[in-house]
Design a protein. Structure first.
Length: 117
């Protein structure tokens, strides 16, 4: 049988890790979510549950699924990169995306040439 219960401590750790990866302070992150920093601290410590609204907002701000926040997933890095890419790609025209990809390829080739020196 699959265990579908939410471990609040683990969920809090995931939220804290996502916030840290974005290099956001608790105050700044809490302001983004329209909650108090003390409530965010309690969430990150696993001492408080999040409301559905706050959970959805965290998922949106961090570009992850609510499923990841609740239960965790080892493939979150890949999912995060894909979700971020698709969110950005949907925001721009195909021509702008193509230009950005060519620019990225150019910079990556420069970087690899520099490392060969």
């Amino acid at each position: 049988m699959v265990n579908n219960s939410v471990n609040l401590v683990e969920m809090g750790n995931r939220i804290k890790l996502l916030r840290s990866k974005q290099k956001k302070t608790q105050k700044y992150f809490a302001d983004m979510l329209y909650i108090s920093p003390s409530y965010l601290t309690l969430i990150e410590q696993g001492k408080r549950t999040v409301t559905l609204d706050v959970l959805a907002q965290i998922a949106k701000v961090c570009d992850v699924s609510t499923d990841y926040l609740l239960f965790g997933d080892a493939t979150v890095e890949t999912d995060l990169n894909h979700r971020t890419f698709h969110r950005l790609a949907d925001s721009y025209s195909p021509q702008e995306v193509n230009r950005a990809l060519k620019l990225a390829e150019f910079y990556l080739s420069m970087n690899s040439a520099d490392s060969e020196l």
